[in-house]
Design a protein around this ligand. Structure first.
Ligand code: PRP
Length: 176
């Protein structure tokens, strides 16, 4: 894998901002009086989470999990591991999982099952992007930003071998 491939913009920062605003409005409508816990799945969703919560002007809590199935590879291993668990008790709470991308669905499907066992009052998913062409397991995205083509995406939190997370636009790179 070469790291020389130049990222090409797929979704501009302006498009992303407008979409995050739309998602924030949808979430506000449903959760304004529910004091939800938003769980960001690291590392990829850190920018989406940060932008989203600053548009949610009502009481909420945040927590973070780190999962891994890709490691430093561009292909999923298919085995999802909890690298860092949430710190808060979520029994009886309204939970929104915040993801940057649902690709094969293996990570999110595992995570939703894992959290469901902790008996939250409700459990929903917001994903900034989803790539339906690569789906291996069915996952319902309650608050979806963009449907994206089968390209290797970087930027706005997404990486290629830990590179490019800092780019403000969502871009794609050619992966050999
Ligand atoms: C990415 C992304 C999702 C997952 C989606 O995480 O953040 O969690 O892959 O892929 P899937 O639907 O095929 O399971 P990754 O394991 O690359 O870790 P990262 O967020 O730290 O980059």
């Amino acid at each position: 894998m070469s790291s020389q491939s130049k990222p090409i913009i797929l979704l501009s920062r302006q498009e992303i901002e407008a979409t995050v605003r739309r998602l924030a409005a949808e979430i506000t409508k449903d959760y304004r009086n529910r004091n939800p816990v938003l769980i960001s799945v690291l590392k990829g969703s850190f920018i989406f989470m940060a932008d989203l919560v600053r548009l949610l002007d009502f009481p909420l809590e945040v927590d973070f999990m780190r999962l891994s199935s890709y490691g430093r590879s561009s292909r999923t291993s298919g085995k999802v591991r909890v690298v860092q668990d949430i710190g808060s008790a979520i029994k009886g709470r309204d939970i929104i999982v915040i993801e940057d991308i649902v690709d094969t669905g293996l990570t999110t499907s595992f995570l939703l099952g894992y959290l469901r066992e902790k008996n939250p009052a409700s459990l929903r998913l917001s994903a900034l992007t989803e790539k339906p062409s690569r789906r291996k397991v069915s996952v319902n995205v309650d608050y979806l930003g963009f449907t994206v083509p089968d390209k290797f995406l970087v930027g706005y939190g997404l990486d290629w071998d830990e590179k490019f997370r800092y780019l403000p636009d969502i871009c794609y790179v050619e992966v050999e």
